[in-house]
Ligand binder design. Structure first.
Ligand code: HEM
Length: 537
């Protein structure tokens, strides 16, 4: 017979999903019974004790008691918006349908700080998350990036460690949302691979003017595959139409007190006023060679960039944010991003940071969103039809028809079918894995920790350098431990003697000599945010 029609767990329409919260004119119980009074509990006389039988009181208070869910273990503080992505065409490098010329795809974006708790201030010095969910016809694609193109660590196994060091001290729970503390500087001066990202944090990029004026980066190198099966390596970039702008440190500090919701308010107000924020998505494309390097830069090392002078960013589409969330909790808080949400044409590489992230996001969401069915929450539902063999579990909302959620089967008419037209299915690129001993080790190229921090410093304009020196001086000045300040100064000496001397003077400490030869690197003017416009003209 004909295969059973299965209830898709996702909305197949592509229309924005808004769950029905309020459905009538009268106050009711959760079961829909009309209520006469919600202000007085049922008592044994006006002065008597409250009766256990008051089911409305119990329902109201019990539900309230369970309103909170755990905040994200990182990136707890955020703001989101809906929008539309329009492709410009990129078929030479990827078969991903949402990048086809003129193709429109609904998106949800969540911007965030990394270290602060859910109620912390927006304008603190920190990295910002820039996570985009593309509800494509071929399944959901998540680009889970940051506003800085590099990361603190090279291997995901250190992620709990850097976050433990960056979060507030375990004893006093201070500082709540800044890098100015001993554990942070202890970590980055001992794990010197973090020095490049730390320099970005100490630069103006650590205190964006607005979410609307931030770049975004996928950070890792991805592998793209086109319809003919040819592959390239690529890095994703978001370029804000308004240009890249930052706050002054004094402005950021004042705003933290005057309006801790500054970025959240700015995003919401701009969209409500019709000033829709826009970004272009761009790709840096590299040949997919066995070495996985470009211009001598290891593309699997997430602490390294490829300067745009060497590999220009090619625009492949435009993002417009044009709708604010209806309900913060339902959308911004419950959205669940994951690097493993890939579509045909985009695959991962062996970057050891990326590999660990592939595990972490779903794992944490199992706790944060209460079980294995969070892809059925409206904001997480794919806009492509879903026909999986996943069943049951806490918070199951789908009513799956059929009796045989396995394949092949002879009971449900064969449904679910294999991807008959394999052409449109996801293909894991059959990359050859080197025959090598199992080791806990990095490639030798990962040992270079200072050259790109130096590249960044040398690429800055005088005013940007002044801000960097002031930021290091301020933040290190807040450390209680002299030994940590001195160890970080040693790192700065290995990056640049001028930078080191200026910070040392500010701290009233001697300037150490470098312990490694200074890297011979050419500045990349594209790294300076001054005078940058996009599209580059
Ligand atoms: C959350 C970016 C590295 C674990 C996030 C979010 C962003 C992000 C933007 C917030 C998502 C949202 O708005 O809901 C990045 C980038 C990284 C990186 C760009 C490096 C290139 C890592 C690593 C791990 C990790 C190495 C773990 C091994 C997490 C976890 C969350 C998170 C557990 C919370 C997710 C949730 O509760 O829904 N990350 N991250 N991240 N990240 Fe990362």
């Amino acid at each position: 017979g004909a295969p059973e029609t299965r209830t898709p767990t996702g909305a197949a329409t592509g229309a924005p999903v808004v769950a029905n919260g309020q459905q009538g004119a009268f106050l009711t119980t959760a079961q829909g019974a009309r209520l006469r009074d919600t202000d007085h509990s049922l008592k044994a006389g006006p002065r008597g004790p409250t009766l256990l039988q008051d089911h409305h009181l119990r329902e109201k208070i019990t539900h309230f008691d369970h309103e909170r869910i755990p905040e994200r273990v990182v990136h707890a503080r955020g703001a989101g918006a809906h929008g539309v992505f329009t492709g410009y065409g990129a078929q030479e490098v990827t078969r991903a349908g949402f990048l086809r010329k003129g193709k429109e795809t609904p998106v949800f974006v969540r911007f965030s700080t990394v270290l602060g708790s859910r109620g912390s201030a927006d304008t603190v010095r920190d990295t910002r998350g820039f996570a985009t969910k593309f509800y494509t016809d071929e399944g959901t694609f998540d680009l889970v990036g940051n506003n800085m193109p590099v990361f603190f660590i090279q291997d995901a196994i250190k992620f709990p460690d850097i976050i433990h060091a960056g979060k507030p001290h375990p004893d006093r729970e201070i500082p709540q949302a800044q890098s100015a503390h001993d554990t942070f500087w202890d970590f980055v001066s001992l794990h010197t691979e973090a020095q490049h990202h730390t320099m970005w944090n100490m630069s103006d990029r650590g205190i964006p003017r607005s979410y609307r004026t931030m770049e975004g980066f996928g950070v890792h190198t991805f592998r793209l595959v086109n319809a003919a099966g040819a592959t390239v390596l690529a890095k994703f970039h978001w370029k804000p139409k308004l240009g890249v702008h930052s706050l002054e440190w004094e402005e950021a500090q004042l705003l933290s007190g005057i309006d801790p919701d500054f970025h959240r308010r700015d995003l919401y107000d701009a969209i409500e006023a019709g000033a829709y924020p826009e970004w272009e998505l761009g790709l840096q494309v590299f040949p997919d060679t066995p070495e996985e390097t470009f211009a001598g830069i290891d593309l699997l090392d997430p602490t390294k960039i490829v300067p745009e002078e060497l590999a220009p960013v090619q625009p492949v589409g435009k993002l417009v944010l044009n709708r604010t969330p209806t309900n913060f909790f339902a959308e911004t808080e419950q959205v669940a991003f994951h690097l493993g949400h890939l579509v045909p044409g985009i695959d991962v590489t062996n970057d050891p940071l990326l590999q660990g992230r592939l595990f972490s996001y779903v794992d944490t969401q199992l706790t944060r969103l209460g079980g294995p069915n969070f892809s059925q929450i409206p904001i997480n539902r794919p806009h492509a039809p879903v026909n999986d063999m996943l069943r049951d579990g806490f918070h199951q909302h789908a009513v799956h028809a059929g009796v045989a959620p396995y394949r092949p089967n002879s009971l449900d008419g064969g449904n679910p079918f294999p991807a008959g037209d394999a052409e449109n299915a996801f293909v894991d690129v059959p990359v050859t894995v080197a025959e090598a001993p199992k080791v806990r080790a990095n490639p030798a190229s990962f040992d270079d920790h200072f050259s790109q921090a130096r590249l960044f410093w040398l690429s800055m304009s005088p005013v940007e350098r002044e801000h960097i020196v002031r930021a290091y001086t301020f933040e290190l000045g807040k450390c209680y431990h002299q030994a940590i300040r001195e160890r970080q100064l040693q790192c700065l000496a290995n990056i640049d003697p001028v930078l080191c001397a200026q910070v040392a003077t500010g701290l009233g400490l001697p300037t150490p000599e470098p312990t490694v030869p200074l890297a011979d690197v050419a500045p990349s003017p594209a790294l300076s945010q001054l005078g940058r416009t996009w599209p580059a003209d």
